[in-house]
Design a protein around this ligand. Structure first.
Ligand SMILES: [Zn+2]
Length: 183
């Protein structure tokens, strides 16, 4: 029983209450015992150790501010879901929030330009969220040929905490984490 409890996920915040990691409850207890962190939210579950009784933490907070360092170090994976998230599920040409969306290569893969001598690349800078209507209109044209404009220049996201933590949010996510993961 205690063994299972100690494997539970615990959200780690930094000193500024920014989410920086998810660790096992066992690791969280070690951080608390070493004076590196304090519990922010505890569960009803109790852990017994020789000479002590602990409430299992759900969220702990470190005493140092490391969020910006962590976010800089994490490269957000380039995939459809993350491009949509970066663009806030908004077509980057007409601003429509009506899906379904596709990924549009700003410089089409089949076109060669000075910036894309091998054809449009699949990169953060060349992929944007696009609605079906704009996708149809743009086809394999360059922007100026289609008379279209980007709402903003696409760039690689440097820190997207909700994306970093999303894989933990489906199964086994503690609802007390919501406050810190959806800002
Ligand atoms: Zn559109």
């Amino acid at each position: 029983m205690a063994h299972t409890l100690l494997n539970r996920h615990v959200l780690v915040l930094d000193a500024g209450y920014q989410p920086v990691n998810i660790v096992s409850a066992r690791r969280a207890m070690v951080l608390i015992c070493r004076g590196r962190a304090v519990p922010v939210e505890e569960s009803e579950d109790i852990i017994h150790s020789p000479g002590a009784v602990w409430r299992l933490p759900r969220i702990i907070r470190l005493f140092i501010a490391i969020a910006s360092r962590v976010y800089r170090a994490v490269r957000v994976q380039l995939n459809r879901r993350n491009v949509f998230a970066r663009d806030h599920y908004t077509c980057q040409y007409c601003g429509s929030r009506e899906g379904p969306f596709t990924i549009d290569h700003v410089v089409p893969r089949s076109r060669r330009t000075a910036d894309h001598p091998e054809g449009g690349t699949t990169s953060w800078e060349n992929c944007v969220t696009c609605c079906a209507a704009c996708n149809h209109r743009k086809g394999s044209h360059l922007l100026h040929e289609a008379g279209m404009h980007l709402l903003k220049q696409p760039t690689e996201p440097r820190w997207l905490p909700p994306i970093i933590f999303r894989r933990y949010l489906g199964n086994g996510a503690d609802e007390s984490w919501q406050t810190y993961l959806y800002i």
